[in-house]
Write a protein that binds this ligand. Structure first.
Ligand SMILES: [Zn+2]
Length: 257
């Protein structure tokens, strides 16, 4: 097992030689911003059951329950700020290193931190969408409807069901985003994974796609993943700390060459 310093040196060497860096983020990058992982205990996910997409479409009661949970979750989403790990990825983009950022998160914190090339695999919690006509609203607007007592919001244009623009359990993944994510993984020369346990699909397959296309892999995650063996370097340290150090080393290297 290499020391933290040795792993940093190895990772920064990979970063320096990379000309097409891709990043992939999961819930672990946002926990420092106060966004609860739905698997973590005591969060809103413990108090509400999961409403599937099929239930949402077919049942008024399920929609009421779903929106009640979302109403409670709103404060957590509204108050969340990007942390240093989000900012580091935005900086890597501005440095010209990072070409694409794939995220499983729905919190919008990558965009808040200044990243522009973000592929949101699970949609976004920042907007709501009419499932029939596709009309969209900022989630803040729908929150005001909920606070006015509307318990099952419907579209003012077509009366369709309004749902946060996220991918729910039982809902198929967005095709265009999936294609872009796999293209990005297949074309990068270095793949930086942060904060995902890579337990579920498609999360598990995306780094594998990068590996099969001869990219090098850096993993930053608190726990082991099923594909740690594919990674050139693995960090279990805090993502903010690791990324801060990598950027510092990357910049100091640029000054001397
Ligand atoms: Zn509509």
């Amino acid at each position: 097992m290499l020391s933290f310093e040795e792993r940093l040196t190895k990772a920064v060497t990979l970063l320096k030689s990379s000309e097409n860096l891709a990043a992939f983020t999961g819930a672990g990058i946002s926990t420092e911003s106060g966004i609860s992982d739905f698997r973590s205990k005591g969060g809103v996910w413990d108090r509400y059951r999961i409403v599937t997409y099929q239930e949402f479409i077919s049942s008024h009661e399920a929609r009421v329950e779903y929106w009640k949970m979302k109403k409670e979750l709103y404060t957590e989403i509204k108050d969340a700020k990007p942390n240093r790990a989000h900012l580091a990825l935005a900086e890597l983009e501005h440095m010209g290193k990072l070409k694409c950022l794939i995220t499983q998160n729905i919190d919008g914190l990558h965009q808040d931190s200044g990243s522009s090339h973000v592929i949101e695999l699970h949609g976004t919690n920042r907007k709501a969408v009419c499932l029939d006509c596709g009309k969209m609203w900022p989630i803040a607007e729908v929150q005001t409807w909920l606070e006015q007592g509307i318990i099952d919001p419907s579209c003012d244009k077509c009366n369709g069901h309004v749902k946060p623009a996220t991918i729910s359990f039982g809902q198929s993944m967005p095709e265009a985003e999936m294609i872009k994510a796999f293209q990005c993984a297949a074309s990068c020369d270095l793949f930086l994974m942060i904060g995902s346990s890579l337990q579920v699909e498609p999360a598990a397959s995306i780094p594998r796609e990068a590996h099969n296309s001869n990219a090098r892999l850096i993993y930053i995650n608190r726990t082991e993943t099923p594909t740690d063996n594919l990674a050139d370097v693995c960090f279990s340290e805090n993502a903010s700390q690791v990324l801060d150090e990598l950027i510092r080393l990357l910049k100091s290297g640029n000054n001397t060459t």
